[in-house]
Design a protein around this ligand. Structure first.
Ligand SMILES: [Fe+2]
Ligand SMILES: [Fe+2]
Length: 281
């Protein structure tokens, strides 16, 4: 639960968004029964870079369109409102880091690989391993996004503290509880707290903010938050794959809480290794 005091404390050190953005308006339009995909399209129309992204996405081979899609209206009809929401959210969150010149990201590249691989593993979990959860299509679609943004706070802390933060994460990124403790000691807050505050200000759905805030909590404390459990598992296997360490199945309750069979974690670490190899290629 994000508090005003927390926002004030973090804002004094880290750049935070000032207002909810376009994704929040799109989400409100989706939730409003009087609004249609056309209304969602009208919001997209007001943001040229998002409009280009939406049209580009509708033309991707995944959607198999015969004639090129050229209008927002067509693109929205093909993609559907929930996919548009995910695209707007991703664009907004990535746009938030425009101040970080990609050429100078250098040392933070591992953070991006970790973020993208976690998004991909969340998607694989949803489509291949968690079919028994009967996730709705929009929940499936949102899994990549939540995996991608789960360490949002890390990018902000990198923006604010640069070398000191990179050094800390390189030393401790595979030991999340210790990393969080050191973040608290050095900066007065942790990346999960910063990420939750940004998510709250941007008006992200509550279960996404919970997943950002709680993905490093012990499994027993998040057993009733399926989205957080999924992110926590994906984060753990991607970290293991990146560091070359193994996840000891008997220490991991998350797969059990998600109703996954024994051995799933090992299989997921292998899949994460493949994703990372692909991203590095
Ligand atoms: Fe994290
Ligand atoms: Fe992570």
């Amino acid at each position: 639960m994000v508090t005003l005091a927390q926002i004030g404390r973090i804002r004094s050190s880290v750049l935070l968004p000032s207002l909810p953005g376009v994704s929040s308006r799109i989400r409100s339009a989706i939730a409003d029964p009087t609004k249609t995909t056309l209304n969602v399209g009208a919001i997209v129309d007001e943001d040229p870079s998002l409009a280009a992204r939406v049209v580009g996405f509708a033309n991707s081979p995944h959607y198999g369109v015969r004639e090129p899609v050229t209008s927002i209206e067509q693109a929205c009809g093909i993609l559907g409102s929930n996919t548009i929401y995910d695209l707007s959210l991703q664009a907004e969150l990535m746009g938030f880091y425009d101040g970080l010149d990609p050429k100078t990201l250098g040392d933070a590249k591992t953070m991006w690989v970790h973020a993208i691989a976690t998004g991909r593993i969340c998607t694989i979990l949803g489509s291949r391993f968690l079919t028994h959860l009967n996730l709705a299509q929009d929940q499936h679609d949102g899994l990549y996004t939540v995996g991608l943004i789960h360490d949002l706070g890390m990018f902000s802390m990198f923006g604010a503290f640069r070398a000191a933060y990179v050094e800390l994460t390189q030393l401790l990124e595979h030991d999340a509880p210790i990393l969080q403790m050191r973040e608290q000691q050095m900066f007065g807050f942790s990346h999960t707290e910063v990420g939750a505050v940004i998510g709250h200000i941007l008006g992200l759905p509550g279960d996404l903010v919970d997943a950002i805030e709680n993905h490093h909590l012990p499994a027993v404390r998040i057993r009733n938050q399926p989205l957080t459990l999924i992110v926590s598992l994906a984060d753990t296997v991607v970290s293991a794959a990146l560091s070359g360490t193994t996840v000891r199945e008997e220490l991991l309750l998350v797969p059990r809480y998600l109703g996954l069979k024994e051995g799933t974690t090992i299989e997921l670490v292998e899949l994460a290794r493949e994703e990372i190899r692909e991203l590095a290629a």
